[in-house]
Design a protein around this ligand. Structure first.
Ligand code: ZN
Length: 161
């Protein structure tokens, strides 16, 4: 999954396939399990002197619920755009296309050997909720407490006797 960035954009290349989750170490850290994968499409474009890559990713993920630590199904469907900057060329300032304030397009330095996997992984990580949670679940500690009576309840019972 290595492309010559500017060349790929210039000839409007398209690359699609299936990305295995267990090949993405940073993503794996936030997943409940890494079986399966995602479908991706990367397409290059060159418009008015601006070379860019569009990334699309889609597929099911199993995140970890931050409350009960169980599996949480999440349907990923994300698109992102990366603007390719030639080495040494003008880097967009914050308020320009591809600049820091542009949330739809990030600038990235182009090279002849660009590995797509980490770029796709970054796009996935940005699309995930910061604190994924089930709509209705209990933390493991609370579940435990409701099953076994708390020490205070036991104490109250003793005092009554
Ligand atoms: Zn939960």
């Amino acid at each position: 999954m290595v492309i010559d960035g500017l060349e790929f954009a210039r000839r409007q290349g398209v690359l699609s396939g299936h990305l295995r989750l267990d090949a993405l170490p940073r993503l794996a850290e936030v997943l409940f399990d890494v079986s399966g994968g995602l479908d991706y499409v990367v397409s290059g474009a060159s418009d008015g002197g601006i070379a860019s890559l569009s990334l699309q990713l889609r597929g099911p993920l199993r995140l970890i619920c931050q409350r009960c630590l169980g599996a949480l199904d999440f349907a990923l469907n994300v698109r992102g755009r990366l603007m390719l900057i030639e080495p040494g060329a003008h880097w967009p300032s914050d308020d320009e296309l591809g600049g820091l304030e542009d949330e739809t397009c990030d600038a990235i330095e182009a090279s002849r050997e660009m590995n797509l996997a980490p770029m796709l992984e970054e796009e996935i990580l940005l699309a995930l909720p910061l604190a994924p949670r089930h709509e209705d679940c209990k933390p493991p500690a609370a579940k435990l407490a409701s099953v076994s009576p708390s020490p205070f309840a036991q104490l109250a019972k003793l005092k009554r006797n």
